[in-house]
Design a protein around this ligand. Structure first.
Ligand SMILES: O=C(O)CCC(=O)c1ccccc1C(=O)O
Ligand SMILES: [Mg+2]
Length: 380
């Protein structure tokens, strides 16, 4: 856990809150076991402090409850009616307090994270630091991976993988489901014998597919992510005993307690950590500490973040504990334009970890203003 060292008491409070609703079309449709995504809708939360600093947070929830149960409209409601009242008109001494104050609201991790990460950014800016430094970033550039949707033709699939490898991506994850697994994965493995290759099922299988899943053991995959239901720990543990390939949990893990259950039962050997899925930075840091102690391989996952969430992901993923390149592709791999003055791109096979104040990137204010302002709160 990071230590928050304060030289003098510098309480701060929030004087303005704004939520902007944004949609960015995807360059190509992204097909998973549960559906097809053609554009990413998300909100940017701007918290202004009395000192005039602005902290940014991203609400990453999808419009439909198919990845996990949270949705964008529900999260907006939770933020407005239940989370903001817990922090407005209060003195904040340190951003870990937000996690404590939010405990009276059950679940709703992505909604909590949108606010909590904005407070961390604000705190870093008020205290004149890069958030990366506070989060113990250990490098200024990172190798990254790419998560690929399903592609019907093997020829097209191999072409895309080749392009990604050529661009410098060092790890490739393919979405799978029953009937779309061994054939595309074997094709990739045959052409790229040494590639860090893995598969993500987003809960599409159950124990009746044991034979299909065991067949994947021959492909030397780095891991298989979330084959079974988002609330299942037992069957994942049964499957892990049958496989040599490590299992990775994504949807299951919302708290460090979920990690304890997974370790106690042997449900996985790796965890895909997404800051929004675990309610923000405070819980993410606890999970990192726990995984280090229990020798669980932790790596950073993605939610098609815009530049705001992506900058934070790069900062956290540059800690020493992250054992694999994250799902943190360059923003031009997803979007035609991003909400930053300067998009986060790949250079010579690596992405730069933002070093400026707070999340270290400049949001394009004019771009935000062009979008739908869903909510403003002003301190009176
Ligand atoms: O590149 C990314 O942002 C991650 C892509 C990805 O795999 C994903 C995207 C949206 C929702 C769930 C997942 C997942 O990891 O399961
Ligand atoms: Mg996943």
């Amino acid at each position: 856990m990071v230590r928050i060292v304060r030289e003098k008491e510098e309480n701060f409070s929030i004087s303005k809150v704004e939520l902007f609703q944004i949609r960015l079309p995807l360059k190509s449709p992204f097909k998973t076991s549960y559906g097809v995504l053609t554009e990413k809708a998300f909100d940017i939360i701007c918290l202004t402090s009395e000192s005039g600093h602005i902290g940014y947070g991203e609400l990453v929830a999808f419009e439909t409850p198919d990845y996990i149960e949270e949705t964008l409209p529900n999260s907006r409601l939770i933020i407005k009616d239940h989370l903001l009242p817990l922090i407005l008109n209060r003195k904040i001494e340190n951003p870990t307090q937000i996690w404590e104050w939010f405990q009276v609201v059950r679940g709703n991790y992505m909604a909590k994270s949108a606010i909590e990460t904005a407070v961390w950014d604000l705190y870093a800016k008020i205290t004149g630091q890069s958030l990366g430094v506070i989060l113990e970033s250990a490098t200024d550039q990172l190798e990254v991976g790419v998560s690929m949707g399903m592609v019907a033709s093997t020829e097209e699939l191999l072409k895309r993988v080749s392009d990604y490898v050529e661009e410098g991506y060092t790890r490739v994850k393919l979405k799978i489901k029953p009937g779309y697994d061994i054939i595309p994965l074997s094709a990739i493995r045959k052409k790229f014998p040494n590639l860090m290759l893995m598969a993500d099922a987003n809960s599409a299988y159950d124990l009746s597919h044991l034979t299909d899943l065991k067949a994947l053991d021959s492909l030397n995959l780095v891991m298989i992510e979330q084959p079974f239901a988002a609330d299942d720990f037992l069957d994942h543990a049964i499957l892990q005993k049958e496989l040599n390939t490590p299992l990775c949990l994504d949807e299951n893990i919302r708290t460090v307690n979920d990690c304890r259950v997974a370790v106690a039962l042997g449900s996985c050997r790796s965890i895909n950590l997404k800051i929004p899925r675990v309610g923000g930075i405070t819980e993410a840091l606890k999970i990192i500490d726990y995984c280090r102690d229990k020798q669980i391989l932790v790596w950073l996952g993605g939610m098609f973040e815009s530049g705001v969430g992506r900058a934070l992901n790069l900062q956290l993923a540059s800690r020493t504990e992250f054992g694999l390149p994250g799902d943190i592709s360059a923003s031009d791999r997803y979007f035609y334009e991003d909400i930053l003055e300067k998009p986060l791109l790949m250079e010579a096979g690596k992405m730069k970890v933002p070093q400026g104040l707070g999340i270290g990137v400049t949001v394009n204010g004019a771009f935000l203003q062009k979008n739908n302002l869903s909510y403003t709160w002003l301190k009176r």
